[in-house]
Design a protein around this ligand. Structure first.
Ligand SMILES: C[S@@+](CC[C@H](N)C(=O)[O-])C[C@H]1O[C@@H](n2cnc3c(N)ncnc32)[C@H](O)[C@@H]1O
Ligand SMILES: Nc1c(NC[C@H](O)[C@H](O)[C@H](O)CO)[nH]c(=O)[nH]c1=O
Ligand SMILES: N[C@@H](Cc1ccc(O)cc1)C(=O)O
Ligand code: SF4
Length: 415
């Protein structure tokens, strides 16, 4: 009975194999579809593991998203965040590019409000380079278009990070790090060291999608491959940066691909030990190229099992995040009873999911977090990005207290 064996290993806290993860993700390869009773047992096992590992705290961070640009030519088929860069050469296109000055102002305002972290992930704008030296190296090549050709100038990665470093800067994904060294022999470590010098604090482990090349070849053929992603993440760790890791699931992949992905992330964490959280990102299909070809997202049961098996498989990553942007309030909260313990951040603005057709909004207040987390008898806890600082959020007014200028005032009036 492979399912029973896998469940036994999970209950005993043994390190799960890829095959065992497949058994748990599918509630058994001996049954067609998902068996509800077995599923409930897997979710319960993961919930118990969560309690053993991190207790009853539900953490969240006071953060903003400040994505610099939607200009991107990589063409990932699951993405509708991107806009074709040529549209940025004249006024009135659909996307946006923020100048260094705009980022500085956005971050200064957020800091005053008590925010702790700025999260910044962007399209691969053809004018964006690491720094002046990188610009010189790629000038005149097909991999670079001068900023002067576009209406708005994104500056360099280094200048953007400097402009945001009044807050904890969580930015520059592996794919962006590749863009920041394109056309050169620089290593990822070198790129991330330069960014760290400019004030980068931690790296979002997005661009992971599914870490299996036969899946990447279908959904993101122009992106770095699995080994490239692993190398970039190692480079971030070597530069002394913390990271997160993600999986973007629920499109063309199967349970075996999801299990292989979990294995690669667990191996990477064995090596680096800098991954603070794992974030399952459920594919939002509506407006995306894949969605238009009839690919839909994961079912509720698949979402629950993805969270639960992440908790059970990743014995070396403490925090599993439930994304209210992807799941919404009700399912997002449910995930906290299936193995997740972190409930993401306040965000204030959100573009990736919204543009893909997601309808769960862009902001959550501390008041909302307190109410929702208490409603499932858990403890609402404000955290720092690296999970080193914690504060139970109890008496009103409910506002951030960990940010560099935070004084407990609610983030937005009346919330
Ligand atoms: C939009 S990209 C921005 C950063 C950078 N261009 C990159 O690819 O790393 C960040 C991540 O958003 C996620 N994403 C994009 N479109 C999505 C969708 N429709 N549903 C769920 N996640 C999505 C993917 O995991 C992707 O790696
Ligand atoms: N899951 C999503 C995130 N997660 C990132 C967090 O907001 C935070 O930056 C991280 O936990 C580090 O502290 N962000 C999004 O914009 N959308 C998501 O779906
Ligand atoms: N911004 C990404 C999600 C993300 C960002 C940073 C992380 O550390 C993790 C996840 C999205 O919306 O898909
Ligand atoms: S996921 Fe990132 S790299 Fe891919 S198209 Fe979207 S913005 Fe570009």
């Amino acid at each position: 009975m492979p399912f029973e064996n896998a469940l036994g290993s999970a209950r005993d806290g043994d390190r799960l194999t890829v095959d065992e993860a497949v058994e748990l993700l599918t509630t058994g390869t001996d049954v067609d579809g998902i068996d509800t009773e077995r599923k409930d047992v897997v979710l319960g096992t993961a919930d118990a593991r969560r309690r053993e590992v991190v207790g009853d705290d539900v953490t969240f961070v006071a953060n903003i998203n400040n994505n610099v640009t939607t200009a991107c030519d990589v063409g990932c088929l699951f993405c509708n965040f991107k806009d074709a860069p040529h549209g940025f050469k004249n006024e009135g296109g659909d996307g946006f590019t923020k100048t260094v000055e705009e980022s500085r102002e956005t971050v200064a305002e957020a800091r005053e409000r008590g925010v702790y972290e700025v999260c910044s992930v962007s399209g691969l704008h053809p004018a964006l380079v690491l720094d002046d030296e990188h610009r010189e190296a790629v000038e005149g090549s097909a991999e670079y278009t001068p900023a002067g050709d576009f209406v708005d100038d994104p500056g360099t990665y280094v200048d953007q990070i400097r402009a945001m470093n009044d807050l904890h800067v969580h930015a520059v994904t592996p794919e962006e790090a590749e863009h920041a060294r394109r056309g050169t022999e620089r290593t990822y470590r070198d790129v991330y060291e330069n960014l760290a010098d400019a004030g980068l604090d931690t790296v979002p482990g997005t661009a992971a999608e599914i870490l299996v090349d036969e899946v990447r070849d279908v959904i993101c053929p122009n992106k770095i491959d699995t080994d490239g992603w692993m190398d970039a993440m190692r480079g971030a760790a070597e530069a002394g940066l913390g990271t997160t890791a993600t999986i973007m699931y629920g499109h063309v992949e199967n349970a075996h691909h999801r299990a292989l992905h979990l294995k690669r992330v667990r191996d990477l964490q064995d090596e680096t030990d800098v991954i603070t959280e794992f974030v399952p990102l459920s594919f939002v299909h509506e407006n995306t190229p894949l969605g238009k070809r009839g690919v839909t997202g994961a079912s509720r049961a698949e979402d629950e099992l993805m969270i639960a098996v992440s908790r059970l498989f990743l014995d070396n990553i403490e925090n599993i995040q439930s994304s209210w942007v992807k799941y919404g309030d009700e399912l997002g909260l449910r995930m906290l009873e299936c193995g997740a313990n972190d409930f993401m951040g306040t965000l204030l603005s959100e573009e990736i999911t919204k543009r893909a057709g997601g309808e769960h909004g862009e902001f959550r207040s501390f008041g909302w977090y307190v109410e929702k987390v208490r409603s499932i008898d858990r403890v609402p806890v404000e955290r720092s990005t690296d999970y080193q600082k914690h504060r139970v959020v109890d008496d009103p007014p409910h506002g951030p207290a960990l940010g560099p200028d935070a004084d407990g005032t609610p983030l937005l009036d009346g919330t």
